[in-house]
Design a protein. Structure first.
Length: 128
């Protein structure tokens, strides 16, 4: 891991413009409210080396860099459950080869008719 990765910190920022990214480079996932993968697009092969089936049923936090989990949980995930957010987050996600990749993710919260969160949908790109 290079020096820049050792000094990396998860950050919240304005939502990325994913419209400029080829569709095959955007990993789209659905998650239970606790972060468990429900579905994963095939882009995970290219971005992370995993087959979709290798992630489904697993907890997303198990793949995040330990130093990034608190920021992801407290500043992004929890906020997505409370309100619709227009920010993305950059963090490190462990690929199948064991190396961490910097990802940028936008989260949308799916809600029922009463406005109660029922599921999270994420769109992620690799930025490193």
């Amino acid at each position: 891991m290079g020096k820049e990765n050792l000094e990396f910190k998860a950050t919240i920022q304005p939502a990325a413009d994913f419209g400029k990214v080829p569709a095959g480079d955007i990993m789209v996932c659905r998650h239970k409210l606790d972060g468990t993968f429900v579905s994963v697009s095939e882009a995970c092969r290219k971005l992370l080396g995993y087959e979709p089936e290798e992630l489904i049923g697993k907890q997303a936090y198990d793949f995040h860099h330990p130093d990034d989990i608190e920021t992801i949980s407290s500043q992004h995930h929890r906020q997505a459950l409370l309100e619709d957010i227009q920010e993305s987050i950059r963090y490190r996600f462990r690929g199948k080869d064991g190396k961490y990749r910097v990802m940028e993710t936008v989260t949308n919260t799916r809600r029922d008719r009463q406005g109660i969160p029922i599921e999270l949908e994420t769109r992620s790109i690799a930025v490193d």
